[in-house]
Design a protein around this ligand. Structure first.
Ligand code: FPP
Length: 253
């Protein structure tokens, strides 16, 4: 037994070194695009792509945790997605419940905390109930924050913030002169979160689609042609390694 111990230790150390990334991004935001095309390529209905995409969410949460990412914000349903056929909207809004039904125990084991950004109140009751339960159940976890953007739209978020701020100014909670970037940020859904360090968009599209317009001001962007259901640890790791090569100057030199 004692003969085997040094070998075992060495092997473990090598494995850990292999997965460690220095200075991982604190906050990664992902536009998970390409589910429909993934399904079409296989002659499957679009919802099959969304289902596959849901399982990839679970894998990527595990990988983000492993690489010490602290916040993972995933664009799961935008305010514009209501325009899709009703059956697809219904399916998409059932996914959080399905995801939590299958994976909440694993999220608990991994110390993941679940939160959302977006207009929560108007979501279907079954979606809200499942998410509310998960938020409460995971509220004391202090590992990765898994932040689902659900019924989220950035322009709506900004207008909502302005309306709330104007009410607070009317009620003399603060004056216009006191308004600065920090105070404005406090009115966004992302209040309390650091801005994303890295934004990933899959499927070859290179646009923001009304996602975190204020919060992405200094974020590094990373695009891949890979469709979301094909996104995996290797590609995610590549995005993290590329991020580490970027020189972030925030407007300075
Ligand atoms: C965009 O692909 C994707 C979406 C609108 C939905 C994303 C949702 C998931 C990946 C699953 C979310 C999981 C949970 C747990 C909530 P698209 O349908 O626009 O693809 P296309 O551009 O190829 O048509």
């Amino acid at each position: 037994m004692s003969m085997k111990l040094p070998f075992f230790r060495k092997k473990r150390a090598a494995a850990i070194e292999d997965i460690t990334l220095e200075n991982p991004p604190n906050h990664v935001a992902i536009i998970m695009d390409g589910n429909g095309r993934w399904a079409k390529k296989r002659g499957l209905p679009r919802i099959a792509g969304h289902k596959e995409g849901m399982d990839v969410v679970k894998n990527i949460v595990t990988v983000a945790n492993k690489y010490n990412v602290k916040i993972l914000t995933l664009y799961a349903f935008s305010t514009e997605n209501w325009k899709r056929p009703k059956a697809e909207v219904d399916f998409l809004l059932r996914l959080p419940k399905e995801f939590l039904h299958v994976y909440l125990p694993e999220m608990m084991e991994n110390n993941v905390r679940i939160e959302t950004i977006g207009e929560f109140d108007v979501l279907p009751n079954h979606t809200k109930a499942a998410i509310q339960y998960a938020k409460e159940k995971t509220s004391n976890n202090d590992g990765l924050l898994l932040n689902f953007a659900l019924n989220y739209g950035s322009r709506f978020e900004i207008l909502r913030a302005i309306k709330q701020m104007m009410t607070d100014i009317d009620e003399s909670k603060f004056s216009v002169d006191e308004l600065d970037e920090q105070l404005f940020s406090n009115y966004l859904y992302t209040n309390g979160l650091t801005d994303p360090d890295l934004l990933i968009r899959t499927s070859g599209e290179q646009r923001l689609s009304n996602f975190l317009l204020w919060q992405l001001a200094y974020t590094e962007f990373w695009f891949t042609d890979v469709l979301w259901p094909d996104f995996n640890e290797e590609i995610f790791r590549q995005s993290l390694l590329d991020y580490q090569q970027r020189k972030r100057r925030y407007g300075g030199i």
